[in-house]
Write a protein that binds this ligand. Structure first.
Ligand code: AMP
Length: 509
């Protein structure tokens, strides 16, 4: 048996000396170096006692070495388990205890702080930085030849913990074919070729930067400019050398603030992709006006890889996430009965396909409750499919507001507010309310100097929305809380505003 994922990568190498990665410090990695260095990492892991199926947990800064560790882990038949660099030692303790990795690789600067957590979980501690660390030193002495460990399509390649905004994070088990089938579908759908050069500024502990961006480059035999993080200066510097970029919506919003973003600056670009959080229709429009490019928005999640995408050719409709990818089925169901709904009816988005994960790590009950009997995965996202087949997301199911027995979809209210002149963006949440169960609450960011107030927003909405959808309170804030993937953290907003109606009831308002 072969190594399913890595065999597909090697089969697509255009030429040994073809470029794979160009680094900001001037280093260049050819495909031959990618094969050799990932072999060194695989040898180093095997020498540490890593066996097929063992987890290799990794919390390191973004680097080419970290990507080589990912590939080395796959080649050694082990399971790659990346962890958000923002996690604290207490959080790391939970992940290591849950995943029981054979090895835990951390940043050299954090080794002492994390040694107790590794010891408690029985994991061997190694460190890795940019061309440094105990694991890096071991690779220096290791052979550049490695016989890849046999792994089939259904064997685990990675475990990615969900961001866990409610309850504890769960480990999503992703097989070799979950990753490979999705990479192949995306290369095809987005017309990637060996001539592409991707501007890679996403973190690599998340599905977007690790699998969508990196695997698409590998499966196309393309190259990437690997940047340590998103920095508009760096993006503007490297844009002329790239053909495509993948980003979260915040990338696009921030780049629009840069006067150097012009049609000329993006002349070499073939494709801009956005995902991980909703792209405002206004951002889509502004980007198109400034650069002439229509951002291609797609939809995926840790558990499923990518599910839908706007078309490469054909209309990329702002505010939608496009069509199910080839091989992926999507449907919208009634959250109560599970019955399939018709066009334009809002319900739960469910998906099925080779991209969908194998279940939650050591959590068969949770896995069972998230799948239908016919194999569809219940995404937890609410949305609809319109008559033309475009999927629209209206928000996470847990963000649905139930006020006085009526359902309010936050997106509908947010869209109305976002369209008002002077508004940058908004988040609509439900806060506990003594009479209504939940009170619709709007948190709004306005443009500097805009003559717009909470009262004027409420007044304008009065004309546009049914009474039960109207926010009972509107707050103007300087910015919305976001996580590293650019997602608005509504759970934090709900915490901040949890007592507002209790207080107003007491004050007799
Ligand atoms: P994660 O598992 O961190 O990748 O988060 C997945 C979730 O991000 C999905 O379930 C959606 O709620 C959200 N998401 C991803 N892409 C989009 C998008 N293009 N528009 C709206 N929400 C998105």
């Amino acid at each position: 048996m072969a190594n399913h994922l890595f065999d597909l990568v090697t089969a697509r190498i255009p030429a040994p000396d073809a470029p794979f990665a160009l680094l900001d410090d001037g280093r260049r990695y050819s495909y031959a170096e990618m094969v050799a260095v990932s072999a060194r990492f695989a040898n180093a892991l095997v020498a540490l006692g890593v066996k097929p199926g063992d987890r290799v947990a990794v919390q390191v800064e973004k680097s080419i070495e970290a990507l080589m560790l990912y590939l080395g882990t796959i080649r050694a038949g082990a399971v790659f388990l990346p962890l958000n660099t923002a996690y604290t030692p207490a959080e790391i303790e939970y992940f290591l205890g849950d995943a029981e990795p054979a090895v835990f690789v951390c940043d050299p600067a954090r080794a002492e702080a994390l040694r107790p957590q590794a010891a408690k979980a029985g994991a061997r501690l190694e460190t890795l930085g940019v061309a440094t660390g105990t694991l890096f030193d071991k690779t220096a002495g290791a052979s550049a030849a490695f016989a890849d460990v046999a792994r089939g399509p259904d064997d685990l390649a990675a475990i990615l913990y969900t961001s866990g905004t409610t309850g504890r994070s769960k480990g999503a088990m992703l097989s070799h074919d979950n990753l490979a089938s999705n990479a192949l579908a995306l290369v095809d759908y987005w017309r990637f070729s060996k001539d592409d050069r991707l501007l890679h500024a996403l973190p690599i502990f998340h599905t977007h930067g690790l699998f969508v961006a990196t695997n698409v480059v590998l499966f196309a035999g393309a190259s990437m400019i690997l940047l340590p993080k998103f920095d508009p200066e760096q993006i503007m510097k490297y844009l002329p050398q790239a053909t495509c970029m993948m980003g979260v919506p915040t990338f696009y919003v921030r780049l629009l603030q840069d006067p150097r973003l012009t049609q000329e600056a993006t002349r070499h670009m073939r494709l801009f992709v956005s995902g991980s959080a909703p792209l405002l229709a206004e951002t889509h429009r502004e980007w198109r006006e400034r650069t002439g490019h229509a951002i291609l928005e797609r939809y995926g999640m840790t558990e499923t890889n990518m599910n839908t995408s706007n078309p490469y050719e054909g209309e990329r409709v702002a505010g939608t996430v496009g069509f199910p990818l080839p091989g992926v089925s999507a449907r919208v169901t009634d959250p109560e009965t599970g019955g399939t709904l018709g066009a334009d009816e809002i319900g739960m988005i469910e998906v099925k396909g080779p991209n969908v994960f194998k279940g939650y790590w050591r959590n068969p009950e949770k896995t069972k409750s998230e799948f239908r009997d016919d194999g569809f995965f219940i995404t937890g996202d609410l949305g609809k499919i319109d008559a033309a087949g475009y999927v629209h997301i209206v928000g996470r199911g847990k963000d649905l507001i139930i006020t006085g027995g009526y359902n309010v979809y936050p997106k509908e209210v947010e869209t109305e507010i976002d369209e008002m002149p002077g508004v940058v963006e908004s988040a609509v949440i439900g806060c506990p309310h003594p009479d209504f169960g939940e009170g619709v609450t709007a948190v709004v960011v306005v443009k500097p100097g805009a003559e717009i107030t909470a009262a004027s927003i409420s007044k304008a909405l009065d004309q546009r929305l049914a009474r039960f959808k109207l926010p009972k309170q509107v707050f103007i804030v300087p910015e919305l809380p976001r996580n590293t993937m650019g997602k608005v953290q509504k759970n934090l907003l709900r915490d901040s505003y949890r007592d507002i109606y209790a207080k107003s009831a007491k004050a007799g308002e």
